[in-house]
Design a protein around this ligand. Structure first.
Ligand SMILES: O=P(O)(O)OC[C@H]1O[C@H](O)[C@H](O)[C@@H](O)[C@@H]1O
Length: 342
């Protein structure tokens, strides 16, 4: 195809305004899709508020989703970004959460879509460009746009059975922001009860990689971790990148500050950089062949070579929220050159 020097830009839906991010609902109301004018996209299931797809402007998928994942609300989604709350794993010795299923109920509850917000960067001439009919300014503004989708879950939305397992009044607001080269997910937990409750949160991100044998993870040097595949022993990460060569299930607690990004490097190039805000822990998980084979919803069988979970959370301990208090934790996953600059 011959390149065109003066290719027309996409038409704005309102004359004089740059193209806007598009947010649509699926016909069956089960999912929300957002697309930036520059082509990046995001898909979120209301079931679990699970992000099930995140594509860059070239249409390349950034998250791993099992071919056998259940997306019909009968089981937590195997892949994407399931939300873990209020317990990580199971906690038989923790009275408040001991009755809950693995990873709690947030990932298996239907959330409400609360709405979208969009923004443009002033630095890209956003405000001016929006008021201008100049196509070059409009393009600059569009290039810097982002869209944020908000989802909510509260005790009032839970079925009686779930509420009985964890009888606290709470509300969760989950914000998912799609930028051109990054995705931010943030969770606000509010205690609406008149008694304190304990909770853990985790953003259980399945990152898609080309080949796990070329992947290394940096940013965890010297971090203390619990090795769940070696009798839950506490160890210290030696310096040098972490390589995944077998089943891996570790809960890292890097030194508190400054909180360095955890970078997934593939073939010598930074693929993803995960920056955390108020989330002290990082779980690194890959089930490898045998564990993957034991999961009915994990496919294809060698899919473990195409994924690694880097999960930002607050899970090493429980945190206690007093009545009326709120906790907010977030992660930003940057791709490509922004990851390289991290
Ligand atoms: O199978 P799931 O309940 O989705 O859990 C999947 C995995 O989640 C985390 O990464 C835990 O550290 C693992 O121990 C667990 O196997």
């Amino acid at each position: 195809m011959v390149g065109r020097a003066h290719k027309p830009t996409a038409l704005a839906s309102t004359p004089g305004l740059p193209p806007q991010p598009q947010v649509t609902f699926s016909d069956d109301n089960s999912r929300v899709t957002a697309v930036l004018p520059t082509g990046e996209s995001l898909e979120v299931l209301l079931y679990g508020a699970t992000v099930i797809s995140w594509k860059d402007g070239a249409g390349d998928e950034k998250l791993w989703l099992s071919d056998a994942a259940k997306l019909d609300g009968t089981k937590a989604v195997r892949g994407g970004i399931p939300l873990v709350f209020p317990v990580f794993g199971t906690a038989p010795d923790h009275a408040q959460t001991s009755k809950l299923p693995q990873h709690g109920f947030a990932r298996t509850s239907r959330w409400e879509f609360l709405g979208k917000s969009t923004s443009e960067s002033e630095s890209a001439g956003g405000a001016k460009a929006a008021a201008s009919s100049s196509s070059s300014k409009a393009t600059a503004a569009a290039a810097d746009q982002s869209v944020k989708l908000d989802f909510g879950l509260s005790s009032a939305n839970l079925d009686d059975k779930t509420r009985a397992l964890w009888p606290f009044a709470f509300s969760l607001i989950y914000g998912v922001t799609l930028n051109r080269d990054s995705l931010t997910t943030s969770l606000v937990v509010t205690n609406d009860d008149d008694k304190p409750f304990d909770c853990q949160v985790l953003l259980h991100t399945y990152l898609r990689v080309e080949d796990i044998s070329n992947v290394s993870i940096t940013g965890l040097d010297g971090a203390s971790y619990v090795d769940k595949v070696d009798g839950a022993k506490t160890k210290t990460q030696s310096s040098g990148a972490v390589q995944i060569t077998g089943e891996t299930d570790r809960v890292y607690t890097p030194a508190a500050a400054p909180s360095a990004p955890v970078v997934v490097v593939e073939g010598g190039r930074a693929g993803f950089s995960v920056t955390r805000d108020s989330l002290g822990d990082v779980v690194v998980w890959n089930p490898w062949a045998d564990k993957a084979a034991a999961m009915a919803d994990f496919a294809p069988a060698d899919g473990f070579r195409r994924m690694v979970c880097v999960e930002a959370g607050s899970v090493a301990d429980f945190q206690t929220l007093e009545p009326g208090d709120a906790f907010e934790g977030a992660q930003t996953i940057a791709i490509g050159s922004r990851a390289a600059a991290a």
